[in-house]
Design a protein. Structure first.
Length: 460
C-alpha cells in the first residue's frame, strides 16, 4: 500500500508502512506520516496526504500543507493506514467502473451509428432497387412496398398498404400465388412462383416472385417478397423456342428433300454405268467423283440428323465413376495410335453419361484426325469439377476458338465439321464446358469440365 513514514519511529515497522528519508522518495497521491513539522514544506507536499504524528500539545508551527495532527498511537496510525488503503482501492474500482461505463457508452454509440448507417443503406437499396420489393401479411395484403412496386402497379405513396396483392394478379395465376403464400406461412421456407400482373401502362407483365418468411419470437408474421420482371426474358425464350422448332422442322425437311434426289441421281448413274458401251478413263473418274460427292452429302445428312437427335436427347443424372467411364468408352474405339490414360483413382460425378460420352468421343476423334503419333488422356479434379483432358501431338489449333466449334468447319475438305459442335452442345446441356489450349508445341489439349454434383447446379 502507498503509506509511508518519514522518521525513525521503530513502532511502525510491523504495520507494513515503508520508511523513507525524504518526501522525494514517495510518489504523489500517497499517505505520509511525519514526526517533525520541519520535515514537510509546502513546495514538497504537492498532492500527498501528510499527517503529523505528535504526542502532547499540538505544535504551533505546523506546515500549511499538513492535513492534520494525530497522536502517536499505533492503533490510530494503523486505522488511518487501513482506511486510506480501502478508500484508494474504492477510488480505483470507481475509476475502473467509470472507464468501463464510458467505453460501453462509446461502443453503444458506435453500434447505434453503424445501425443508422446500415439502415440508411438498406432503405436506399430497397428504395432504388429495380425489382419489386414488398411485404405480404397472412391474408395476402400489402404491408409495405418500394417505389418500383408503385411505378409498375400504379400505386401512390402509402396507398398500396392494406391492398390485396392478388387483385393485381391475373385470375389464372391466383392459385400459384396462394400456394406460395401458404407454403411460406405453413412450412416457414422460401417459396417461388411466377405470375402475370396488370401493370400501370395497361400491359401484362410476367414476374418471378421469391418469398422469404419474416420470423419474430418464433412466429412468422409476414413474407418478404422480391419480384423480378421477366417479361422480356420469357418473350425471348418463346421466340427462341419457335425458332428452334422451325429449325428442327427445316432440318427434317431438308434431310428428306435431299435424300430423294440423291437416290434418283444414284440410280441413274448406276444405269449409265451399266449401260455405257465405251468407258474411258475420264468417264470412270467422273463417275467416281459423282459417287464420292453423293456419299459426302449423305454423310452430312446423317451427321445433321445425329446433331438434331443430340439436341433433342433427354438427360438424366446419376453417379458416374469417370475414370472407369473413360476407360470403358475407349475400349469401344478402334484407335490407330497408342493412348495413355492418367487418373488419380476413382473420381465420381453426378452427370449424364450419354452426353459426356458424346462430347468425349468427339474430341477424341478430333485428336485422332490430327495425325498425332499418340494421345494422352488425363483425368483430374479441381474447383468442384472433374476435368477430362485429351491431348494430341499434331500441328495444334491455329484458328480462333469460335471458328473451330462452328458447324461445318473442318480443315479436311472431306469432313462435315460437326464433331466439335456436337461436343460443345452436349457439354452445354449438362452444365459443363470445353476449354482449349491451342498450342502446346506440339499438339493441343481439349478439356471437358464436368460438375461433380450437377444436382447443386440444378437447384441453383
Amino acid at each position: 500500500m502507498d503509506v509511508y513514514w518519514l522518521g525513525d519511529n521503530p513502532m511502525l515497522q510491523d504495520l507494513g508502512i515503508r520508511r523513507v528519508e525524504s518526501l522525494d522518495e514517495t510518489p504523489e497521491n500517497c499517505l505520509v506520516f511525519i514526526d517533525r513539522p520541519q520535515q514537510a514544506y509546502a513546495e514538497d507536499i504537492a498532492s500527498r496526504r501528510i499527517y503529523l504524528v505528535h504526542n502532547g500539545q499540538e505544535p504551533a508551527d505546523v506546515p500549511e500543507g499538513v492535513m492534520g495532527v494525530i497522536p502517536g498511537d499505533v492503533s490510530v496510525i494503523k486505522a488511518m493506514a487501513l482506511l486510506y488503503t480501502e478508500m484508494s482501492e474504492s477510488f480505483e474500482i470507481g475509476d475502473h467502473l467509470i472507464r468501463s461505463i464510458g467505453e460501453k457508452d462509446r461502443a453503444i454509440q458506435e453500434k447505434q451509428q453503424q445501425l443508422i448507417r446500415d439502415s440508411r443503406r438498406h432503405n436506399a437499396i430497397i428504395k432504388h432497387a429495380n425489382d419489386l420489393i414488398f411485404i405480404l401479411g397472412p391474408t395476402g395484403k400489402i404491408m409495405f412496398c418500394n417505389e418500383t412496386f408503385r411505378h409498375y402497379l400504379g400505386e401512390k405513396e402509402n396507398q398500396a398498404a392494406g391492398d390485396s396483392f392478388i387483385d393485381h394478379v391475373l385470375e389464372d395465376d391466383h392459385a400459384s400465388l396462394t400456394q406460395m403464400i401458404t407454403k411460406g406461412y405453413a412450412r416457414g421456407v422460401p417459396a417461388r412462383c411466377e405470375v402475370r400482373l396488370h401493370l400501370l401502362n395497361g400491359r401484362i407483365g410476367i414476374f418471378s416472385l421469391l418469398s422469404t418468411p419474416l420470423v419474430e419470437e418464433g412466429h412468422i408474421y409476414a413474407l418478404s417478397v422480391i419480384g423480378r420482371d421477366i417479361t422480356d426474358l420469357r418473350a425471348m425464350q418463346h421466340r427462341l423456342s419457335l425458332q428452334a422448332n422451325d429449325l428442327s422442322r427445316m432440318i427434317d425437311g431438308l434431310s428428306h428433300e435431299l435424300r430423294n434426289p440423291l437416290t434418283v441421281i444414284g440410280a441413274y448413274i448406276r444405269r449409265l454405268e451399266r449401260d455405257g458401251e465405251k468407258k474411258t478413263r475420264k468417264w470412270e473418274q467422273a463417275l467416281s467423283g459423282i459417287y464420292s460427292s453423293i456419299q459426302r452429302i449423305e454423310d452430312m445428312i446423317e451427321r445433321i440428323e445425329r446433331y438434331e437427335a443430340l439436341v433433342r436427347m433427354e438427360h438424366s443424372l446419376r453417379e458416374v465413376d469417370i475414370c472407369g467411364f473413360v476407360r470403358q468408352t475407349l475400349s469401344t474405339v478402334a484407335c490407330p495410335v497408342p493412348v495413355h490414360v492418367s487418373s488419380p483413382g476413382k473420381v465420381s460425378a453426378f452427370c449424364d453419361p450419354e452426353h459426356v460420352r458424346v462430347a468425349f468421343l468427339r474430341i477424341f476423334e478430333n485428336a485422332v484426325e490430327t495425325g498425332t503419333e499418340k494421345i494422352h488422356v488425363e483425368i483430374a479434379c479441381s474447383g468442384g469439377y472433374v476435368r477430362i483432358g485429351v491431348r494430341d501431338y499434331g500441328p495444334g489449333v491455329r484458328d480462333d476458338m469460335e471458328t473451330i466449334f462452328a458447324p461445318f468447319y473442318s480443315t479436311d475438305p472431306m469432313k462435315t465439321g460437326l464433331g466439335l459442335t456436337e461436343a460443345r452442345i452436349a457439354m452445354a446441356k449438362v452444365g459443363g464446358d470445353i476449354s482449349v489450349v491451342p498450342q502446346l508445341d506440339p499438339g493441343a489439349r481439349f478439356t471437358l469440365s464436368i460438375l461433380q454434383d450437377r444436382r447443386l447446379k440444378a437447384r441453383d
